[in-house]
Design a protein around this ligand. Structure first.
Ligand code: MTE
Ligand code: MO
Length: 329
């Protein structure tokens, strides 16, 4: 499968980690489902279909619609948060993505999002709250002020980037609904639209829609953001438009993209990757160079770019001063 993909030069040093993860997960699902060799063949086929779709250029040829929020971007940068790393070039951050609803091939996601409709986009804040909310993201960005923050970002697959997100502290978004004192965790649910997201239709062995969770302390930490923009513009579809979560001291998968529901709950919620492979993807999932993934080291990471640079991974992704106390109490 991988050898039919035409990769741009900067993709060359992509680690086996990614394909290993896919391999492992597929094997596991196949085992779980009891499909065996026939199922394997099927998966190979659907990947080729995905490739054909990717080549039709749909996403690239569609002109961007005029945004009603153009006046809000770029938002003022909050200089209190400094990444002390060079910013990743926009091209890399928007053409190398993890967004399994579309495809498992990170360098193809941006070509598969053409049919994905992200406006209007209603989402709800529900569960253990006094004032359940249902609002659109366009309403949200008028209700609460946007700010820009440059954060480091670290995927569990050992690639990393440094990008300017635009958004709202998640705490402020949650406060719209007035969480009750019973709320101990926050659960996030992404969209389910198999007609717009090819891999939701194709890869039925995943438990769609994507779901994630944080403790209430993590969700209301000052670093945690509800993100609506990137590089001074509205969030591109491939990066999780129109609203995603960013938790910069955790592995990237803890931040759900394109969310439709935020639920305040009293028990630790289940999470998409943990349900699929519990020994590999825990609930807490803080970035930690000393805790290897069962199949690769987390001691270093490669920065998206050309050339790709390998650097040491930092505990809590370098955000210990903000969050270490949550875990070392
Ligand atoms: N709904 C949804 N959210 C998701 C994912 C996904 O596949 N689906 N992938 C996660 C992973 S593994 C990472 S690393 C980041 C990638 O975000 P980026 O593509 O903007 O870099 O999104 C996270 N959120
Ligand atoms: Mo990731």
């Amino acid at each position: 499968m991988a050898n039919i993909i035409i990769r741009p030069g900067w993709y060359r040093s992509e680690r086996e980690a990614t394909s290993e993860r896919l391999y492992h997960n597929r094997r596991q699902f196949i085992k779980t489902l009891g499909i065996g060799a026939i199922g394997m063949g099927l998966i190979g086929c659907t990947s080729k279909n995905g490739q054909a779709q990717a080549n039709n250029g749909l996403a690239n040829d569609t002109p961007e619609e005029e945004s009603p929020n153009a006046d809000l971007y770029p938002a003022k940068r909050n200089e209190a948060y400094r990444a002390d790393r060079e910013m990743t070039e926009e091209e890399y951050a928007t053409t190398f993505n993890n967004f399994y609803e579309f495809t498992e091939q990170q360098n193809q996601v941006y070509k598969e999002v053409g049919k994905f409709e992200t406006r209007p986009w209603e989402f709800e804040i529900t569960g253990l709250v006094n004032k359940p909310q249902k609002l659109t993201v366009d309403e949200l960005v008028r209700k609460l002020p946007l700010e820009e923050r440059v954060y480091r970002f670290r995927c569990v697959e050992a690639w990393a980037m440094t990008v300017p997100w635009t958004g709202i502290p998640l705490k402020k978004i949650l406060e719209l609904a007035e969480p009750t004192s019973l709320a101990k965790y926050v659960r996030f649910v992404s969209f389910y639209r198999p007609t717009q997201a090819p891999n939701q239709k194709r890869a039925t062995w995943y438990n769609w829609p994507y779901y994630e969770g944080l403790t209430i302390e993590e969700a209301t930490n000052e670093l945690t953001m509800g993100v609506t923009g990137l590089y001074g513009k509205e969030l591109p579809k491939q990066n999780g438009a129109p609203l995603r979560v960013i938790v910069p001291w955790k592995y990237g998968y803890k931040g759900a993209k394109s969310i439709v529901k935020i639920e305040l709950v009293d028990n630790q919620p289940k999470t998409f990757w943990n349900d699929l492979s519990p020994e590999e993807y825990g609930f807490i999932s803080n970035v930690d160079p000393e805790v290897p993934h069962p199949r690769w080291s987390q001691a270093t990471e490669r920065l998206l770019g050309d050339p790709e640079i390998r650097v040491d991974t930092r505990k809590y992704n370098g955000y210990g001063e903000y969050v270490a106390s949550l875990y070392e109490a």
